[in-house]
Every structure is written in structure tokens, then in C-alpha cells.
Ligand binder design. Structure first.
Ligand SMILES: *[C@@H]1O[C@H](CO)[C@@H](O)[C@H](O)[C@H]1NC(C)=O
Length: 328
């Protein structure tokens, strides 16, 4: 029994006993039934009460919580909006998020989950696979393959509107990626299971170099980074993910077969973005956002390239932990 269920059970008994004192059998019955209903309702189900897309919430979250990612923010909103408002999508939504670590790839996946599932990342319909954690041994690749296929199939059978997040795609064995490719395709049903309403999100550092180079070029030319267009990056991005031997995409047919709907670049973060992250983090912690603290924290991070010191090496990744050293 979950804590919340125990709580509700106690609440039920309490309410019932209070109501019994009123000696009104109808009130008692109604009270008991409504409490029982609540009790059963705490179990997450694959229906609109637990899964419903909040487009406005996602837009607001991307705008106020994600910093320095004008491309990612726009593409994700458009992609998810379009997919979720289509009652009969032809294939699952497949997003491939690229960029250095700390630029917000995991964070964005969380925002998407939170605006679709009532339980957010804790939803039993959201599944995260981390290459080095779930599939660490090269020698066991064959058993991983069948396991992963079974998991995806089982979970999609449970709930058509499932979300699968694959972290550390660059560490993922290409064979393993190939093994899930049929799920991403335009099949109406595969062995009686439909994957068309599922969302697959791949996170990877692959392409980070290319993205950084482009951002640095803009910076050197004194151009606003907001002018960087998806098209400036998309071609080199899919090419670099494809050619990078260390990337799980290598030789993978996800790209050959155009199964990925959107390649989404995450730009390296500058000092001012780190300040924004720190301010947002303070707010999220219920603290009064303090510009001085944020600036101090951001100053202590390491920036690259060595000579120009433009981008944060860690992005916003360590902000949450570091914050404690700066607030007494
Ligand atoms: C769903 O996926 C999880 C891994 O995230 C796995 O442990 C579980 O067995 C899967 N469920 C089914 C029904 O296959």
C-alpha cells in the first residue's frame, strides 16, 4: 500500500465514523462511497484523467524555465503540440536531443512528461533507459535486445500513450538501437500492439561539438545567438551523429530510414544563462532570487574555449548542488 492509500484509508474511516455520529444513513453511504472512489482513483490509469496534454503549461515552462535554447524550445513545442493534438498519428513521435551535458536535454524531457502525465516523471507510463545502467555489458547485447523489445512492447500494450526516454544514446550499442527501430515506424499495429501514440526521446552528446562550433562562430562574428537557425545545424547534426563512431547512432538505421522526426540541438550555455538558471533554482527552492548570489555562483564555474571563455563547461548541471555553498 502506498502512503497516499493509507492516508485515504484513514481518512475514510475517520469520515465514516464522524458521519455515523450524525445517524443519517444516506449521508454515511454517500460519504463512504465517495471516499472509496477516491481510494481507487489514486491508482494511475491510462486515461484522460491521468494523461492529458497541457499545451499552455508546456509553453510557459519552456519559456520560463529553459534558458538559452531558442531553437529547442520552439521545435519541441511545435512537435509535441502537433503530435498530441492529432487523434490518429501515423507514427510515434521520435525526438533526438543533442548537445553538451548540462544544456537541458534531460530537463526538457521532464518538462514534456510533466505536461502530459499527471505524475510527471514518476508516472508508470514514462520509462527511462540509461545505456550504462540498463545495458552495461557488451557481451550481453543479445539478451538486452530481447529484453528491451519486450519492455517496450509490454509497456505499450499497457498504455498506448507511453513515453520512452533513452539517455546516453552515444553509449548505446548500435545493435540495440536497431532492435527498436520497428517500433518507431509507420506500422498500424505490430503483433497487435500500436505504438503510434507513444513518444520516444533520445538524448545524446553526439553533435555537441558541431553545435558548439556554430555557436562560437556566431559569437566571434558578434552575431546574436538567437539568429542561429535550425537549418544552420540540422544537416551537420544528422551527419555528425551518423558518422561519429562513438555515437550509438553509428550505422544505425534510425537515420537511414528517417525514423527520427526532429533533431533538436541544445546550444552551449553562456555566463548569463547560468545566472538565469541560478535565479530560477532559487525561486524553485522557495528562496528570494538574489542576483548577486547568482552572479557569484556563475563566476566560479569554468568556461571554454580557454582563450575566450564563452561557454560554461558544465552548463547548468551543477547549479542545484552548488547553490548551497552560496547561501549561508
Ligand atoms: C515496462 O518497462 C519497465 C522498464 O522501464 C520494465 O521493468 C517492465 O517490465 C515493463 N513492463 C512490461 C509490462 O513489459
Amino acid at each position: 500500500m502506498k502512503a497516499v492509500e493509507i492516508y485515504l484509508l484513514l481518512h475514510l474511516i475517520l469520515t465514516a465514523s464522524v458521519l455515523v455520529n450524525t445517524f443519517d444513513p444516506i449521508t454515511v453511504t454517500v460519504g463512504v462511497i465517495s471516499n472509496l472512489w477516491q481510494l481507487f482513483n489514486t491508482h494511475e490509469r491510462c486515461d484522460s484523467e491521468w494523461i492529458s496534454f497541457n499545451a499552455e503549461g508546456l509553453r510557459a515552462d519552456l519559456e520560463s524555465k529553459l534558458f538559452g535554447q531558442h531553437i529547442a524550445s520552439r521545435v519541441i513545442l511545435k512537435a509535441v503540440n502537433g503530435f498530441m493534438s492529432d487523434d490518429n498519428p501515423q507514427k510515434p513521435l521520435v525526438l533526438s536531443l543533442h548537445g553538451r551535458s548540462g544544456t537541458g536535454k534531460n530537463f526538457v524531457s521532464r518538462l514534456i512528461a510533466e505536461n502530459i502525465y499527471k505524475e510527471g516523471m514518476d508516472s508508470s507510463f514514462v520509462h527511462v533507459f540509461i545505456a550504462t545502467y540498463h545495458f552495461p555489458h557488451k557481451s550481453q547485447i543479445d539478451s538486452y535486445k530481447s529484453q528491451l523489445q519486450q519492455w517496450i512492447k509490454g509497456n505499450a500494450t499497457n498504455c498506448e500513450r507511453s513515453m520512452f526516454i533513452f539517455d546516453e544514446m552515444d553509449e548505446m550499442n548500435p545493435g540495440l538501437i536497431d532492435s527498436i527501430k520497428s517500433f518507431l515506424n509507420h506500422y498500424k499495429k505490430l503483433d497487435g500492439v500500436s505504438y503510434r501514440k507513444a513518444i520516444f526521446i533520445f538524448l545524446s552528446n553526439a553533435g555537441g561539438e558541431v553545435i558548439t562550433e556554430t555557436a562560437l562562430d556566431f559569437w566571434k562574428e558578434g552575431r546574436n545567438r538567437d539568429e542561429i537557425k535550425l537549418i544552420d545545424l540540422e544537416t551537420s547534426l544528422s551527419a555528425s551523429a551518423f558518422n561519429d563512431i562513438n555515437s550509438g547512432f553509428w550505422h544505425s538505421r534510425l537515420i537511414d530510414d528517417n525514423l527520427v522526426d526532429f533533431f533538436i540541438p541544445f546550444l552551449p550555455l553562456e555566463y548569463r544563462h547560468v545566472v538565469q538558471c541560478a535565479m530560477a533554482e532559487m525561486k524553485a527552492k522557495g528562496l528570494e532570487p538574489d542576483q548577486d548570489v547568482a552572479a557569484e555562483l556563475a563566476k566560479d564555474l569554468i568556461y571554454f574555449p580557454k582563450s575566450e571563455r564563452v561557454f560554461s563547461v558544465q552548463g547548468c548541471k551543477t547549479i542545484e548542488k552548488r547553490l548551497y555553498h552560496y547561501i549561508d
